[in-house]
Design a protein around this ligand. Structure first.
Ligand code: PEP
Ligand code: MG
Length: 542
């Protein structure tokens, strides 16, 4: 047995076999073949496999995000079946006597260039799709399948590091745990693991060159330990602790339907953080009073192209309808920094955490922002929606946002589209926003404090840099005073202040937050009931 230590990102236990997740940047090698017919047969087989994979993805997306969101996989199936594309690959194999991988890659490039050169913006964007399907066929040819998404059974995913876009695309039903060699506990990948209720250890320094695929392992996410080839004794201990964990969870289930109220009668709104429609099951199971943060950017990260207004509407509507009238706070697109999306074609930045991210992108690229706002307002007819804007630093920005919101609402009214009421709020996650929170409070209906970024920007510590984890102290008095100031300014102007950053679930601070007057806490679904228990045991007034 080998013991590897890292840092706990989500404290739970898993036992199973390892599947190593490798990045996909293997260059395609050109080989000469003496058997073109054999290569063509390989291409046809890989193409059939790709068609099956796309059908499965279509069915999965249909269940999770509805027809509009699933259509992209139908479109990919049609492109894959296109006669010209197939003829081009087969012709190249036959005449140039090259291997199938090379022919598929070259044909993919060729068609992508044709699309990219078109005037029509929609057709231009299809270049990414044709590349995507070619890569899928190549992966099948190499024999690695769609390694990033299609694990054959439930596995412990071991990776060097996982970008948020890679994490969201993993098939969650087949992931027992995440273990990464690098990565910080404050990164969005760690946050995703917590939201999805998946045991996770980061920063283990594990060497991926060793033969890990298929190896038995045990993940102790509580202590941040990975056991390779665990002994019977370790397996027994894990089993016992997992049963204890399960019993604790079952006891907590008794708190479903109970109020989140302190001993002296203060009622707290206890909401859930989600990243996708599929997280709703956990929200309902754990009886959250609503959704305090839907990180809508994960809808964009899951995709190869901008989600359309209808695709977004389908996702937002599903969430609102499933929450049956409970509050749902959807945050507008917050990409940039560690959440990078290829199809946005953002310029490379020296310092992305302080660069063009979140609301800054939306105000620069109004078309993208307006598409999302249109989808949100159309969805507002189906439930209790609030819209929240990230990374605010000034009153001027909020004025600009409110103007765009009015523009969108007027357009929808003119089109005769039904809308509900939506409260508007902002995230307080920069020191600048805290310092002008008295002014900001006059403009919006609520504040939600993003302690992850607020800590990063207050302490000048990159939250994604694991080497700095020991300096990333969210309990720092400067951070706590910022929270206090925000809550006071919110209340002075009669609006609510909640916390939706990771600190909201830190039970060492629950009493402090309640004493400060925090109205709402929003946490990963699996933390809801434990926090409810804690709040019900607190007396704020001594
Ligand atoms: C935060 O910064 O605390 C927050 C909730 O937003 P994110 O973690 O997505 O940046
Ligand atoms: Mg943030």
């Amino acid at each position: 047995m080998e013991i590897i230590k890292g840092k706990s990102a989500f404290a739970a236990i898993a036992v199973g076999k390892i599947a190593v997740y490798k990045k996909e940047d293997q260059p395609i090698k050109k080989r000469r073949t003496e058997d073109p017919e054999g290569e063509i047969a390989r291409f046809r087989k890989a193409k059939e496999e790709a068609a099956d994979q796309l059908q499965k993805l279509y069915e999965k997306a249909l269940r999770e995000v509805g027809e509009a969101g699933a259509m992209i996989f139908k479109a990919h199936q049609m492109m894959l079946d296109d006669g010209e594309y197939q003829d081009c690959v087969q012709h190249m194999i036959q005449t140039r006597k090259v291997n199938a991988e090379y022919a598929v890659g070259t044909a993919g490039e060729h068609f992508a260039n044709i699309f990219a050169a078109m005037d029509d913006a929609y057709m231009k964007e299809r270049a990414a799709d044709i590349k995507d399907i070619s890569e899928r066929v190549i992966r099948n040819l190499i024999g690695k399948g769609r390694q990033d998404r299609d694990f054959t059974g439930p596995v412990i995913v071991v990776a060097d590091d996982l970008a948020p876009s890679e994490t969201v695309q993993l098939d969650k039903d087949k992931v027992l745990a995440f273990v990464t060699s690098r990565g910080s506990v404050y990164s969005h990948t760690a946050i995703l693991a917590r939201t999805m209720n998946i045991p996770a250890i980061v920063n283990t320094g594990i060497d991926l060159e060793q033969d890990l695929d298929g190896k038995e392992a045990a993940v102790d996410g509580v202590r941040g330990i990975l056991y390779l080839d665990p002994t019977l004794e370790v397996l027994e201990e894990m089993k016992k602790r997992r049963e204890e964990e399960q019993q604790k969870k079952e006891l907590l289930l008794e708190l479903r339907g109970k109020e989140t109220v302190t001993l002296d009668g203060k009622r707290i709104k206890l909401y859930a953080n989600i990243g996708s429609v599929s997280d709703i099951a956990g929200v309902l199971k754990n009886d959250a009073s609503g959704i305090g943060l839907f990180r809508s950017e994960f809808l964009y990260l899951e995709k190869k192209d901008y989600p359309t207004e209808d695709e977004q509407l389908a996702a937002y509507k599903t969430v609102l309808e499933n929450m049956g009238g409970k509050k749902v706070i959807i945050r507008t697109l917050d990409i940039g920094a560690d959440k990078q999306i290829d199809y946005f074609h953002m310029e490379k930045e020296e310092n992305p955490a302080m660069g063009c991210r979140a609301i800054r992108i939306c105000l620069e690229r109004k078309d993208i922002f307006k598409t999302q706002l249109r989808a949100l307002y159309r969805a507002s007819a189906f439930g209790n929606l609030s819209i929240m804007f990230p990374m605010i630093i000034s009153v001027k920005e909020v004025d600009e946002i409110l103007e765009i919101v009015e523009e969108v609402k007027n357009e929808l009214r003119e089109e005769g589209i039904a809308m509900g009421e939506a409260e508007l709020g902002i995230m307080i996650e920069t020191p600048a926003a805290v310092m002008v929170s008295d002014e900001l409070a006059k403009k919006v209906d609520f504040f939600s404090i993003g302690t992850n970024d607020l800590t990063q920007y207050t302490l000048a510590i990159d939250r994604g840099n694991a080497k700095l984890d020991r300096y990333y102290d969210a309990h720092h008095p400067a951070v706590l005073r910022m929270i206090q100031m925000t809550v006071e300014n919110a209340h002075k102007h009669g609006i609510r202040a909640g916390i939706c950053g990771e600190l909201a679930s830190d039970m060492e601070l629950t009493e402090t937050f309640l004493a400060m007057g925090v109205d709402e806490l929003s946490v990963a679904p699996s933390y809801i009931l434990g926090l409810r228990k804690k709040i019900r045991e607190i007396k704020i007034k001594a």
